[in-house]
Design a protein around this ligand. Structure first.
Ligand code: NAD
Length: 498
């Protein structure tokens, strides 16, 4: 049953509207392939109008120059509204992405924390004084908004990813045009309904926050448009490179959060039960559709049989099903096309010599036949030369590689173009720290997997991206630093004698 309220869900210059040519796109529930909404597909003209509205709102100046406390108050009020609508948002995220309701609730809570964190940071940011060694000079560095920001997000954590961008961008005083994934736009539409109200309460001009919906072509307009100052993109490497190329034309600031091929390293002295348990959640939460998924298990050879047997046993027990069913532990893949890609990866790996230890195919339950399900899959006998070790799969597939020495495993883990996240399991604290220091990754967990907090930066080394989200750096992405030098009592300098 389509959600009627989402029919006019482009938000341009303070108004909810349909696409100018009436174009629409169906949004599909991955649990049963049913259409849950029809949303507008923005035309190039619609995106252009949204960008011009954001430009005008920025240049008018009242939001950019609003007192920090007022901008912070919008973020706080948004956080409160997210909590008030927690159940509804979580349910919508489940219908749209297939993730479990519990994961949806965690996403709403995490998004709330991000808004709260940036509210606090924005309210206390005051630039810094610089001592230039002259008592007649006042020198300070202040942070100002960059301008119009294009924010492009993927389908796996829709509410969370847009929150990581919109909270610091608006908090810093920018105006924004957001474009969520065409596959999962629904919670972003709800977030913008909240922002509309909270920005209006704060007296922000129309056009401060705009929302356009549609596929990659809509995102490409944001990346190319000369009136956009910054584009922050989270998604795959192919689209990310295209964004970077397009943005180069007008030398936009670019922040990219791209994929990962994340190593989960288990040494012989690891806590066995914890390491097995986290190897499962690292790889199979949200059916592995997580940029930081620990999809590459690097296992000390001495643990091999015992560890993989237990891993495979428990992987077979994972309950895949409807995200709305409280007994489900993980949901479907997001689309039929995406599942087909993951299945091709599994077939390719088996053809290259991988050994199937769990899963490998679709579940057999009759009630799961319409959805895009795939069983959690464990592939043993993998090695660095295989395609599946080099490419991001983004599905419920865990590969197992063996190692003997510390130096060897560090080299293996770093032998990838990616550098997003990974983990080290050992009870030797010195080894944990040593290996963490040598891994070329934006996030390293020691004896843990997946936790993150809004206070700590998130982002990738190498081809996993450029720039950082979260933490103070996640705010600075959306700010220009300006040095202001004031000579209090100017007098002729006489550089030139005449
Ligand atoms: P995608 O690259 O297909 O799409 C991401 C977004 O970019 C979508 O909104 C899409 O419409 C848009 N887009 C596509 N082509 C574009 C173009 N040429 N110009 C501008 N915009 C364009 O990615 P996806 O399939 O939605 O998401 C999965 C990918 O996202 C995975 O690679 C995953 O690792 C990555 N991801 C990274 C992080 C992180 O924090 N590093 C987080 C989540 C997802």
């Amino acid at each position: 049953m389509p959600l009627a309220s989402d029919a006019a869900s482009l938000f341009i210059n303070g108004e909810w509207t349909e696409a100018s040519d009436g174009g629409q796109r169906a949004v599909v529930n991955p649990f049963d392939a049913s259409v849950i909404a029809q949303v507008p597909e923005a035309t190039t003209d619609d995106v252009d109008r949204a960008i011009r509205a954001a430009r005008a709102a920025f240049d008018e100046g009242s939001w950019a120059q609003a007192p920090a406390a007022r901008r912070a108050a919008v973020l706080t009020a948004t956080a409160e509204a997210l909590q008030e609508q927690r159940e509804e948002l979580a349910r919508l995220e489940t219908l749209d992405t297939g993730k479990t309701l519990e994961e949806g609730r965690i996403d709403v809570d995490d998004a709330t924390s991000v808004f709260r964190y940036y509210a606090a940071l924005v309210a206390t940011e005051a630039g810094r004084a610089v001592d230039v060694g002259r008592p007649d000079v006042v020198s300070r560095v202040v942070h100002e908004p960059v301008g119009v920001c294009g924010l492009i997000t993927p389908w796996n954590y829709p509410l969370l990813q847009i929150s990581w961008k919109v909270a610091p961008a608006l908090g810093a005083g920018n105006t924004v045009v957001a474009k969520p994934s065409e596959v999962t736009p629904l919670t972003t539409v709800r977030l913008f309904r909240i922002l509309q109200e909270k920005l209006a309460d704060a007296g922000a001009p129309d056009g401060t926050a705009n929302l356009v919906l549609g596929g990659g072509a809509v995102g490409a307009v944001l990346a190319e448009h000369p009136l956009v100052d910054l584009v922050s993109f989270t998604g795959g490497g192919v689209s990310g490179r295209s964004v970077m190329r397009a943005a180069a034309e007008t030398v936009k600031k670019v922040a990219l959060e791209l994929g990962g091929k994340n190593p989960n390293i288990v040494f012989a002295d690891a806590d066995f039960d914890a390491a097995v348990d986290f190897a499962l959640s690292a790889a199979f939460v949200h059916s592995g559709q997580v940029c930081s998924a620990g999809s590459r298990l690097l296992l000390h050879r001495s643990l091999h049989e015992r560890f993989v047997a237990e891993l495979a046993r428990r992987a077979e027990l994972i309950r895949v099903g409807d995200g709305l069913d409280k007994d489900s532990e993980t949901g479907p893949l997001v689309t039929a096309e995406h599942r087909a890609k993951v299945e091709a990866h599994i077939a390719g790996a088996l053809a290259e010599g991988a050994i199937l230890r769990a899963g490998g195919g679709r579940p057999l339950e009759p009630e799961l036949q319409d959805g895009f399900f795939l069983r959690p899959t464990v592939l043993d006998g993998c090695h660095a030369g295989m395609t599946i070790i080099r490419e991001e799969v983004f599905g419920p597939v865990l590969t197992v590689e063996l190692f003997d020495e510390e130096d060897e495993v560090v080299a293996l883990a770093n032998d990838t173009p990616y550098g997003l996240a990974g983990a080290v399991w050992t009870q030797d604290a010195g080894r944990g720290e040593r290996v963490a220091a040598r891994l070329r990754l934006g996030t390293v967990w020691i004896n843990d997997y997946h936790p993150y907090v809004p206070q700590a930066e998130w982002g990738g080394f190498k081809q996993s991206g450029t720039g950082r989200e979260l933490g103070p750096s996640g705010l600075h992405e959306y700010q220009e630093a300006k040095h202001i030098w004031r000579t209090v009592s100017p007098a002729p300098q006489r550089w030139f004698a005449g």
